[in-house]
Design a protein around this ligand. Sequence first.
Ligand SMILES: Cc1cc2nc3c(=O)[nH]c(=O)nc-3n(C[C@H](O)[C@H](O)[C@H](O)COP(=O)(O)OP(=O)(O)OC[C@H]3O[C@@H](n4cnc5c(N)ncnc54)[C@H](O)[C@@H]3O)c2cc1C
Length: 401
Amino acid sequence: MTMSLPKETDIAILGAGLAGLSIASWLDELVPAGADMPRLHLLEAREEDTHDRTWCFWDQSAHPFRDAISHRWQNWQVSHAGKQVVYNDPDCPYAMLPADAMRRSAYSRIAIRNEFSLVRGVKVEAITPQSESLQLTTSQGQLDAKVVIDTRPPPLEALAESQGVWQVFHGVEVHQPHHGLGLSKAGLMDFQAGHAGIHFVYLLPLDEHHLLVEWTCFEADRHSEICKILLAPELPWMLANWLDEHLGKDWAVQRSETGCLPMMPITPPHINSRYLSAGIRGGWMRPATGYMFASCQRGAEDVAQQLLKAHAQKRWHLTPPRIRPSALNWMDKVFLQAMRQHPEAAPGWFLQLFANTTAAQQRRFLGDQPSAGDLLAIMQALPPGPFVRAALPRFSISRGH
Ligand SMILES: Cc1cc2nc3c(=O)[nH]c(=O)nc-3n(C[C@H](O)[C@H](O)[C@H](O)COP(=O)(O)OP(=O)(O)OC[C@H]3O[C@@H](n4cnc5c(N)ncnc54)[C@H](O)[C@@H]3O)c2cc1C
């Protein structure tokens, strides 16, 4: 599976993270064994993997990683100021896919395809358009590819930082003998009072003795003191206090994960029609939530279909997949703007939003596939004042152009 860099290939995928491995897995899924497959090279900067994340999502549509899902919760809860909203949704539980299980599944698909190679420890440094290809300059030499799918993190200039916030979190997998919490309920947001800005605890009971607990905040400035505390390797004091208060003194941290996700519009970098930005870089992550797994599967399937068509027709041109309805992008912009203007009110809005919609409406909305009726229900569930005010400047700006 792992080899050195050749001189040329059909498809180069830059980065073997969620998006890169999903596109490779969808190609494998769509092409029967023995049928014609384009040559694919995944170029990954990391030498080794760490179990550094879990992907959670509402498992609403088929994807290549279903067998690797480790946990499912049919109840999910949002809490604020002593009030709770609990959803029960046996039709579509909230699911967890650990990164190590997902990678094992993808690597085994890559290993059985002679046309696929994963090259590790190779850093892509530059991309230069040629007449019939794109030339990659990497830490291991040059490679010509007919098309390039770029999943490296987006450059800062691609992010509309003034239109959103950063989702910054520190999570721990904790061992606590007989913690006593129900195993069928995922705590999505338990808002924490007494902290400047928006802070909440995310709590997933894994079995009788293990939990995943994350402290998350939405912050406009990713260099703030709170972001430094949450992104440091040490256990943040507020999470330690929460664990002491809710679990007693017997807990022990077994693994940790941190993240700083751009909840903001992204303009995907573009070179020409042989080049496609994908994953977070391609704007596949939902700006208002930081969720990407489900939309990434839709994007990856679309890109895989385009690659197979391009290979069959020998016309190597790609177009960005339509990840979500544009109405949703507009609503997210307004929501993020309102959240920046009134962070103190946001926990109440989330509670109201969940209290006044059904589980099915919420999971379709959060999974980027709402119906028109769902969007209406979501809009009616929120207080109009702050959202109209947040939307108004957008109208006057667009009228001015
Ligand atoms: C801790 C954590 C938990 C998350 N949990 C969830 C969740 O529960 N649900 C959800 O929907 N989303 C979640 N997300 C958000 C999102 O789904 C993930 O960040 C996801 O991994 C993004 O996928 P990606 O392919 O865009 O980027 P990545 O998975 O980060 O992949 C990019 C890859 O590019 C490689 N790379 C970087 N530079 C170079 C270079 N120059 N040359 C070659 N390779 C390079 C990197 O090493 C990396 O492997 C989480 C994110 C984090 C950080």
